[in-house]
Design a protein around this ligand. Structure first.
Ligand code: BES
Ligand code: MN
Ligand code: MN
Length: 479
């Protein structure tokens, strides 16, 4: 029996224990957006640190070198876990694995069928917040490493960077990494390959490997018409309403086809070459199935699968996320909000830059505001931006991942790009001088960020096998 088949067997045999550890991880509500939950973030860091220590890693909980302020108040940032094997073998390749252990907010009342922080198995699916984004995949790495240790040795030196702020824009991590780089911290030295398992297959049958991510830039429109909320009977027609101004502004951002109305926004978008156009042809993507799962009436490019994929992968998009100050409960409240804050984001693609995009959008908002002619106080800003990432799917790192998928699933993976963002990817690549392989183990219908988030038991188990096979493949790469 080869080492790898023994490793696979170990992963199969320990399925229940691996599910139990996912259940323990999900039970810690490490919601980075809930500032009051920082105690849970810390507890979660401790949990993953313990898991890694049990596998012989030496771990360090490092605080990012910045102060984090939320509404003027300094709040503690969760630590970043840096882990490496206590006795790295210099003759082996070194793999850096990044993941995040924070999660999106969740409450049963949002429409979950089960308690979000109580992992529940049903029909071969494990439901719980973080099951697929990203606690399941992070634990799958540890399951793969555990298996190698049980049957022999890990073929590579694995190192981990696990953060607790990804879902809130990875606050502090870029500063920490750049600081470590400037100080020539040994943790970032000697890394041969980087990998992230924090994305999803395109469907739920064919495994995928991703070689691109979009960037994300946030924008805020703050409009104030009074220093407090007003009675709409007493004050309607007295003031220029902030909410009306805001909704008018928001309505000028995109047209009905989703095209962004900001002038010049497409200028830097890389032209679609013949070669690239050809890559969309062989991809398994079932539009009616995906749409029916989502319950959407029609996709924008319904009849054109290639254009639909290009829309997610290689063109920018603008989404409106919410309005602070809006009355959103049930029933009626005849109020004029004194202040309204609109939030939207733009996903960026090669070769857009954050600075250029921010400038174009803010200029456009200022022009719109002039056109509106409202006397209200208005502030437009862009508080955060993360870069897109694009890699060569034929690099040695990617080829190893492709062979690993083939070994485990007996089929060549679909090579895809992603519409989502993992802001630290480019920074990791720059700090290590290596490309970052995006190796998803979950499915498109896992419902990351949504109600009833899940990972399939099969994906969790097979995912660990892919990771093991990938580490084996990396160790076999000839210099
Ligand atoms: N796991 C996602 C990234 C992702 C989403 C990859 C969809 C592929 C497809 C990650 O946890 C995430 O949610 N990222 C945020 C980043 C944002 C906070 C800057 C996102 O994409 O919205
Ligand atoms: Mn994630
Ligand atoms: Mn996420």
């Amino acid at each position: 029996m080869t080492v790898l088949s023994q490793v696979f067997e170990h992963i199969d045999q320990n399925k229940d224990a691996h599910i139990k550890s996912l259940s323990d991880a999900v039970a810690i509500p490490s919601v980075s957006a809930w500032v009051t939950h920082r105690g849970h973030s810390l507890k979660c860091a401790q949990f993953f640190s313990d898991r890694l220590q049990a596998l012989g890693f030496s771990t360090e909980l490092r605080s990012p070198p910045i102060q984090h302020k939320v509404e003027g108040q300094i709040v503690e940032l969760p630590p970043v876990i840096l882990a490496r094997s206590a006795n790295e073998d210099p003759s082996k390749k070194t793999l850096l694995i990044y993941g995040h252990i924070d999660v999106q907010p969740a409450e049963k009342s949002d429409g979950w069928n089960t308690e979000p922080f109580d992992l529940t198995e049903r029909d071969g699916k494990l439901f719980g917040r973080g099951a697929t984004d990203d606690k399941g995949p992070v634990l799958a790495w540890t399951n793969a490493i555990e298996a190698f240790q049980k049957v022999g040795n890990n073929p590579v030196n694995a190192r981990f960077i696990l953060e607790g702020m990804e879902e809130s824009g990875s606050v502090g991590l870029e500063e920490l990494l750049n600081d470590m780089k400037a100080k020539k911290d040994s943790f970032l030295q000697g890394i041969d390959y980087c990998v992230i398992s924090d994305s999803y297959w395109l469907g739920d049958t064919r495994p995928c490997i991703a070689y691109g991510l979009r960037g994300a830039i946030y924008f805020l429109i703050e409009i104030e018409c009074a220093n407090q909320d007003l009675h709409s009977g007493c004050c309607g027609s007295l003031v220029h309403e902030a909410m009306s101004d805001l909704v008018w502004m928001l309505s000028q951002l995109t047209d009905v086809q989703g095209e962004i109305l900001v002038p010049g926004i497409m200028e830097k978008v890389r032209a679609l070459s013949k070669e690239e156009a050809a890559t969309y042809q062989g991809i398994d993507f079932d539009i009616p199935k995906r749409r029916t799962e989502m319950g959407a009436p029609m996709f924008i490019h319904e009849k054109d699968p290639a254009r639909t994929l290009q829309g997610i992968w290689r063109y920018p998009c603008l989404s409106i996320h919410g309005i602070e100050g809006a009355f959103s409960e049930k029933g009626f409240k005849t109020v004029i909000p004194g202040k309204a804050v609109g939030k939207f984001s733009i996903r960026t693609v090669p070769d857009m830059t954050s600075e250029d995009t921010q400038k174009k959008v803010l200029d456009y908002l200022n022009d719109l505001w002039k056109k509106r002619g409202s006397p209200n106080r208005a502030v437009f800003s862009s508080p955060d931006a993360g870069n897109w990432y694009y890699a060569d799917p034929n690099s040695p790192n990617y080829m190893a991942a492709r062979r690993a998928m083939q070994t485990v699933y007996n089929v060549a993976p679909n090579l895809i790009r992603e519409g989502g963002s993992i802001p630290i990817t480019l920074v990791l690549s720059e700090c290590t001088g290596k490309d970052v392989c995006l190796l998803p183990i979950g499915c498109s219908n896992d419902g990351a960020h949504s109600q009833n988030e899940k990972i399939n038991v099969d994906n969790y188990v097979m995912g660990a096998k892919v990771m093991a096979a990938y580490m084996q493949e990396l160790s076999d790469i000839k210099p």
